[in-house]
Design a protein around this ligand. Structure first.
Ligand code: SF4
Length: 354
């Protein structure tokens, strides 16, 4: 099955193009406070190393802008930056003035339309982008009351109202997010929006939870949408490390063949036939290949009977017997080896392919 992406308008965020046939981009948001320059610098570096393509930072107060400016002056960022603004529209204006690539604003708390118009005008002048980000927890009360508290209808109405406002001011360089913590509400909102508008959609499940819970919830929600061709950028929101958000993002896109990034380990679940500590071996392979950026499918199988056959699609794989293992490439056995030093031998063969 090949996923047919919905056609969206192409916008520019810094040097990147979002929407249309451009790759679905993986974003994250820093967790450190911006005034803790040492920590935030190393977080940004780690995010860039694991291929985070857009980085969003919270700009909660006036003072935050000086820190952001100093990070920008030091050229810490090699990817587009999004300043995340709530409540104070002047923060958005100042961030645009110092040259951020995009501001994320929440229409539910940014104040009146006059203020919004000022942000739009400034973004236009600076050739920056805007993300209209509606969250289920902060919808405008007026819209919520009008829709009798219906979250989905209210989120859609809030987005459409803002889209019309942006368009009336002749500004089109914006993308949209409409995240709810309920997977089904999020799916519903994005489906409706993708029928009604063609601006790029940033997809995610907000407040998804800790690493495992949040990754599963995000995979389910985003998986439904992405499989329907909806989504131009994604963020997996985790109560955890930002680099894990990026890794989870790529795993979701890889599993739908929407991106082909890094090593994808196809490992068998193990069963009564397994003769080695396969779980440990799979983790060690994962660790040994974590810095590879080239898309590569690596199979780690517990037995030689089913292993190569079950993992035909893998670029390279290993299947274990009692004291021996076979390395196979594209389902065909390349060599059989003694189990001693097997990890090193396998990694050596794997890097030959990389
Ligand atoms: S590959 Fe072999 S060991 Fe692994 S689950 Fe399948 S049958 Fe069991």
């Amino acid at each position: 099955m090949i996923i047919k992406r919905r056609k969206t308008r192409v916008i520019k965020v810094g040097k990147l193009k979002i929407g249309g046939a451009n790759p679905i981009l993986v974003q994250s948001m820093t967790k450190n406070k911006i005034e803790n320059l040492k920590n935030i610098k190393s977080e940004i570096k780690e995010l860039i190393n694991c291929n985070c393509e857009i980085i969003r930072l919270a700009i909660p107060k006036r003072n935050s802008i000086n820190y952001l400016k100093s990070l920008m002056n030091e050229k810490v960022f090699s990817v587009p930056i999004v300043a995340d603004i709530h409540f104070d529209y002047k923060l958005a204006l100042d961030c645009l003035d110092i040259g951020v690539d995009c501001v994320r604003i929440n229409p539910g708390n940014i104040g009146n339309k006059k203020r919004l118009a000022e942000i739009i005008k400034k973004a236009e002048q600076k050739k920056a982008a805007i993300r209209i980000g509606v969250n289920s927890g902060s919808i405008e009360k007026r819209i919520l009351n009008k829709n009798n508290g219906n979250i989905v209808e209210s989120m859609v109405e809030s987005i459409l109202e803002n889209v019309r406002f942006f368009e009336n001011l002749g500004f089109y360089n914006f993308k949209i997010s409409a995240k709810a913590s309920s997977v089904l509400d999020t799916v519903n909102v994005y489906e409706i929006l993708s029928e009604k508008i063609n601006y790029p959609l940033h997809v995610g499940i907000t407040e998804a939870g800790t690493l495992m819970r949040g990754s599963i919830k995000s995979s389910v929600g985003m998986g439904i949408l992405l499989a329907k061709g909806i989504g131009d950028t994604i963020r997996v929101s985790l109560t955890g490390k930002s680099t894990d958000e990026v890794k989870a993002g790529y795993l979701i896109l890889n599993s739908l063949n929407l991106r082909n990034f890094g090593v994808d380990i196809i490992s068998c679940p193990t069963c009564g036939r397994t003769q080695v500590d396969l779980i440990n071996f799979a983790h060690r392979i994962e660790d040994a290949t974590k810095n590879i950026k080239k898309g590569l499918k690596v199979a780690v199988m517990g037995c030689i009977v089913n292993g190569p056959g079950e993992a035909k699609e893998a670029d390279i794989g290993i299947a274990f017997g009692k004291k021996k293992a076979a390395i196979f490439v594209k389902g065909k056995i390349l060599k059989r080896l003694d189990i001693n030093n097997i990890l090193e031998e396998f990694v050596k063969e794997l890097y030959k392919i990389v």
